[in-house]
Write a protein that binds this ligand. Structure first.
Ligand code: COA
Length: 132
C-alpha cells in the first residue's frame, strides 16, 4: 500500500534510491534528503511494505505570497497508478494560503498539470549544468 507523508520520520537516505531518472548528474540520496529537509513542504509516497519512497514532490516558499514546485517524480515502476496526481493534490492543498504557485515543465506535461488548475505560462531559467 502507498502512504503519503509530509515528514521525514523513519526516512533515511537508504529509502531514497532510484530517483532523477535521465538526469546527467542524478542527485545523490544524501543531497535529495537535504533538499527535502530544506524545502518549505514536501510530500512523500511511501511503499509501506518495503518502506521505500516511490514518489515525491517538494515546494520552496517565502511563506506569504509565492511558492515554487521544483520537483515531482514517481519511480518508473510506480508510474501511471495515480501517485503523481495524489502528490500534486496533497501539496497544492497545503499551499492554498499562497496566491502564486509556479512550476516549470516540458510542454507535453502541461495537460497533466492543467488537471490541477495550473495555468500555462512562460518562464525564464538558468540551468548551470548546461554550461558545464
Ligand atoms: C510526471 C509524473 C510525476 C506523473 O506521475 P504518475 O504517478 O505517473 O502520474 P499519474 O498516474 O497520477 O497520472 C498519469 C498521467 O500523467 C501523464 N503523464 C505522465 N508523464 C507524462 C509525460 N512525460 N508526458 C505527458 N503526459 C504524462 C500520463 O500520460 C497519465 O495520463 P492519463 O491519466 O491520461 O493516463 C511521472 O511520470 C514522472 O515521475 N515522470 C518523470 C519525472 C517528471 O517528468 N516529472 C515532472 C517534472 S515537471
Amino acid at each position: 500500500m502507498i502512504v503519503y507523508k509530509t515528514d521525514l520520520n523513519g526516512i533515511t537516505k537508504d529509502q531514497l534510491k532510484g530517483f532523477f531518472v535521465g538526469w546527467k548528474d542524478p542527485l545523490t540520496p544524501e543531497r535529495h534528503l537535504e533538499i527535502l529537509q530544506n524545502s518549505y513542504i514536501f510530500v512523500l509516497a511511501v511503499d509501506n511494505e518495503k518502506n521505500n519512497v516511490v514518489g515525491f514532490v517538494n515546494a520552496l516558499s517565502d511563506k506569504l505570497q509565492f511558492a515554487f514546485i521544483p520537483m515531482l517524480e514517481v519511480l518508473p515502476n510506480f508510474q501511471n497508478k495515480g501517485i503523481g496526481s495524489k502528490l500534486m493534490e496533497i501539496i497544492l492543498s497545503n499551499l492554498e494560503h499562497i496566491d502564486c504557485v509556479d512550476l516549470t515543465c516540458d510542454p507535453e506535461l502541461q495537460p497533466f498539470y492543467e488537471r490541477f488548475k495550473l495555468l500555462r505560462s512562460r518562464g525564464m531559467v538558468i540551468r548551470r549544468y548546461m554550461e558545464r
